[in-house]
Ligand binder design. Structure first.
Ligand code: RFL
Length: 391
């Protein structure tokens, strides 16, 4: 039997779940199809930095109770270079705006619970295989318990990430791809270690960038720049901690607290945008439409931004018969996407210090020192950094 809903959402990540929640709040019937089990998506650790506007939006939607109670507000970050700490008080510079640190899987958990409580349909372990007919009434073919089924919607929202079925269903000649594979990789490490800092640390080091990110009082995330294609098996626990200690070292008495490593993997450092983001009645949102490096912590925030804009466009269509916002969805979001890409790529170049191989290292390091001085100062460049970083 074929299923039907006004909106079929493929993927229960931040994008799909925010979209589903907003639509459900306004009485639009939707069906979410998710490849994995509920347990799997509620435990999958990924991002953790939520921008000011998204916290406000989630609060207004009644989705932020736990985020506000258990998450931590953050409005400063630290750039370490040559043993010195340089602090950006970006919250003050951006008029009091701040991030919240709250693990992505916790937000997913909250949004799944809220959506189900509203009576929303969500089928777990139901991977979409393909989507067709998107210039009319699109049809999603999916697998469930070994059976191939279909679901039809007036609109299908492809929120199933970079490796999902939605992006793959778009004919190659209908999309213009912009891609950059970065030269180096990042080893991403998650450890059961309390944070050794109150603010995110970006450490620029001759042997490569190291990052200390925040997740919770008992779990922290770290990044180590490494050769692209490096294997996580090359990184023993001892090597990870000693490399983090070396690259994060300061000339004062700062120490790094360690703990059992929960997860490690080398990230594919890729920037990717596909244009447009709407193909008739198939709209892509989040990682299905664009991929950023984690440098600027923008991926999850863009996914939430896409979902919000798409939801507002769909509400205009379903409740007012007005298609203008939906038709402009791609153009509206691509502006935000490219803004985030520009910021993330600029920050990555600063962190890696490899913008131009022909540049002698001492010269490049002087330029980096100057840039860090400016963005952690109080002038126009510091304010511009603050605005872009906090979102
Ligand atoms: P998601 O979160 O990947 O969700 C997609 C959902 O679709 C499901 N799915 C399918 N469902 C049905 N049929 C199919 N064929 C399907 N194929 C896939 C998946 O199981 C999943 O549940 O995409 P969404 O919603 O667009 O959200 C994007 C964010 O998850 C992503 O941008 C961030 O996690 C990226 N990212 C970070 N972003 C930040 O803003 N700040 C960070 O600090 C940050 N750190 C990270 C990150 C991503 C990481 N990854 C992916 C390894 C750190 C890591 C390690």
């Amino acid at each position: 039997m074929s299923l039907a809903a006004s909106v079929v959402i493929v993927g229960a990540g931040p994008a799909g779940l925010l979209l589903g929640n907003i639509l459900a709040d306004h009485g639009v019937d939707c069906l979410i199809l998710e490849r994995h089990t509920r347990e799997h998506i509620e435990r999958r650790p990924r991002a953790g930095l939520i921008e000011h506007w998204a916290v406000r939006e989630l609060t207004e939607l009644g989705l932020a109770d736990r985020l506000l109670a258990e998450g931590a507000r953050h409005d400063s970050c630290e750039f370490r270079f040559l043993g010195r700490r340089n602090v950006s008080r970006y919250g003050d510079l951006a008029g009091g705006r701040a991030h919240y640190v709250y693990p992505q899987q916790e937000l997913v958990k909250d949004m799944v619970a809220a959506y189900l409580k509203k009576g929303g349909q969500l089928r777990f372990s139901a991977p979409a295989v393909t989507i067709d007919g998107f210039h009319d009434r699109p049809r999603v073919t999916f697998e469930e318990a070994g059976v191939t089924r279909t679901a039809r919607g007036e609109v299908v929202a492809g929120c199933d990430g970079f490796h999902g079925a939605a992006r793959a269903s778009v004919p190659p000649d209908a999309v213009t791809r912009y891609e950059h594979q970065h030269r180096d990789g990042w080893l991403a490490v998650l450890a059961a270690a309390p944070p050794s800092t109150e603010q995110i640390i970006y450490a620029l080091h001759p042997d490569g960038f190291a990052g200390h990110m925040l997740r919770s009082p008992t779990v922290s995330r770290y990044y180590l720049q490494c050769p692209a294609g490096d294997a996580s098996e090359n990184w023993s626990d001892d090597r990870i901690w000693s490399e983090l200690r070396r690259r994060l070292a300061t000339s004062d008495d700062w120490t790094l607290r360690d703990g059992p490593i929960l997860d490690k993997g080398v990230l594919d450092m890729r920037s990717w945008v596909g244009e447009p983001m709407r193909f008739g009645n198939l709209c892509l949102a989040g990682d299905a439409a664009h991929i950023l490096t984690p440098a600027g912590a923008k991926g999850m925030n863009l996914a939430l931004g896409d979902a919000r804009e798409l939801a507002l466009g769909l509400l205009d269509r379903f409740h007012r018969g007005d298609d203008r916002r939906l038709l402009a969805y791609s153009e509206t979001r691509l502006e935000a996407v490219w803004r985030a890409q520009e910021f993330s790529n600029w920050l990555l170049d600063l962190l890696h210090g490899t913008g131009d191989d022909a540049q002698p290292r001492p010269f490049a390091d002087r330029l980096r020192r100057q840039a860090i001085g400016q963005i952690t100062g109080g002038g126009a460049r510091a304010r511009a950094f603050a605005e872009s970083y906090v979102g």
